[in-house]
Design a protein around this ligand. Sequence first.
Ligand code: BTN
Length: 325
Amino acid sequence: MTSVSVAILQLFREKGGFVSGEVISRELHVSRTAIWKQINGLRRAGYVIEAVPSRGYHLLSAPDLLSPGEIAGYLKAKLIGRRLVCLATTTSTNSDAFRLAEQDAVEGTVILSDGQSSGKGRLGRVWSSPEGVNLYCSVILRPGIMPYEAPQLTFLSAVAVARTIELVSDLKPEIKWPNDVLIKGKKVAGLLNEMNAETDVINFVILGIGVNLNMTAEQFPPDLRHPATSILLESGRPVGRARFAALLMGELDRLYRDFRTNGFGPVRAEWQQRCNAHGRELAISDGGADVVKGMFAGIDSYGALLVAGAGGKIERILSGDVRIL
Ligand code: BTN
């Protein structure tokens, strides 16, 4: 897509309704013939644009493309998304991001793909990534923090995903420790952060984010360990992928800039509010019998789950299955 087409789409979105050829020509400094050519190019790409003599052009509908042009039309972030790499398909956006970061890609670079052939989940699992329906993206960050503080950024991503779901729907997402985003108890998004670090310095962190946006029930693999869902299945409405991607980058941008100034405190407070265990009694098992029971008492700065036992003693949980009693 040309930069003029991107600018025309931006004008349509800003102004709404009909935009005259005269206004487009004046604001973008291009001739009326050039506008006509760009409009035809957009139509060929799937945009439905009405043209009425004496009124101008009116964008009636846009295809659900995950292209830099579509995303830029909604993007307000300053740092996150300043370079966008949009792929038709790939093995894993996390692997791509890792490679680009090793080649010195700037902080804030985001890699997105329409689909993934080997999407990576936590604990070596596969992340189901059918084409054209969901969001698969990886963000390159170069935070000036110690390697042991890196999990804080996973909590930050979970908060950003939850906020974005609220921006595009009436749904009430919750976060399950350590970092699944749930809607009505079913997983809607997963986060996989990877990093390249030395003993006391992080070279870069990759925030890998997968959100099930428009996946239908038949598109979920039959052998899922935990129930999963999509925003479409829960709200009954499809979500524009480019808009969701841009809004997510906006929330990541806000949270990350605040994190760099004020540290983990604000993210931690919001994560705790949004956690499905807030104010609840928990049982934690190591795959067999329950080993710890107690009230949810938040997370510490390493991302460990804190549970207050009967005598008020706080246990730190680093791994395990958490059930709400
Ligand atoms: C989980 O198991 O919950 C984490 C899933 C993370 C999936 C995302 S999709 C985009 C990015 N690329 C990958 O290969 N994985 C992450």
